[in-house]
Design a protein around this ligand. Structure first.
Ligand SMILES: C[S@@+](CC[C@H](N)C(=O)[O-])C[C@H]1O[C@@H](n2cnc3c(N)ncnc32)[C@H](O)[C@@H]1O
Length: 216
């Protein structure tokens, strides 16, 4: 885990927009974010987006049965290589990796070029607040299109960060953050109307985070 964290830290200065956090998620948030997998019977197709050092991946793999499949999409080549290597070298995970596909690249491209689903569960760690509203909309639409009927999309955001960003950033950035917030809110509202929307606060994470679970 130390090598993985060192790689993570080494990527922060140049890639903060993509990474969006300074510390990997903890055990409690990993457990909450992977809860939709425990609610569906196998066979399950799971998509994990933005594994970073892999706290969620390490929680997902032990839940997998023989007939389950996991696609892991990570934009950062170094982080993905490090994650793959650390899982292959750990006997708790290595014998389950035959059903895991690691794909380097932006999830938007991966979903448009072959890995189009359907997925029973999508577990997303993307830092949407660092993105543009257009990119956020593109990614959320693709998630919607690739979710299996009754499937769950899970994502999280640090508690209070959105409000902080809207209040304290420069006017230009404020407009962008507000745009992202509108996109996310409209997908949450759509889920609440068409399927379901659930929110769970994890205080035992640094920083505390709200997880959202959307069904359409
Ligand atoms: C906030 S970190 C989350 C890491 C880890 N899941 C955790 O909770 O600690 C976000 C991750 O998303 C990745 N990422 C950012 N944009 C991406 C994209 N368009 N497609 C796939 N991965 C992306 C980053 O490289 C980073 O590893």
């Amino acid at each position: 885990m130390t090598a993985a964290y060192l790689t993570f830290l080494s990527q922060l200065p140049r890639r903060f927009d993509e990474i969006g956090s300074v510390i990997p998620s903890g055990k409690a948030l990993s457990h909450v974010m992977t809860s939709p997998i425990r609610e569906v019977a196998p066979p399950r197709r799971i998509l994990e987006v933005g594994p970073g050092t892999g706290p969620f991946t390490r929680e997902i793999i032990p839940l997998m049965r023989l007939e389950d499949e996991l696609v892991v999409s990570e934009i950062n080549a170094k982080l993905l290589r490090q994650l793959k290597k650390s899982l292959e070298n750990d006997s708790r995970f290595s014998n389950k990796l035959h059903n895991v596909k690691f794909i380097e690249g932006p999830v938007q491209e991966i979903l448009q070029n072959g890995e189009s689903g359907p997925y029973d569960v999508i577990i997303c760690s993307l830092p949407f607040l660092n993105f543009t509203p257009e990119m956020t909309e593109e990614i959320m639409s693709l998630f919607h299109q690739t979710l299996a009927p009754g499937g769950t999309l899970a994502f999280f955001e640090y508690a209070g960060l959105r409000e902080w960003a809207v209040t304290f950033t420069l006017p230009n950035n404020k407009k962008r953050v507000k745009g992202v917030e509108d996109v996310i809110s409209s997908w949450k509202n759509r889920a609440a109307k068409e399927g379901s929307l659930r929110k769970e606060l994890t205080l035992a994470n640094f920083p505390p985070a709200n997880s959202y679970f959307l069904k359409f």
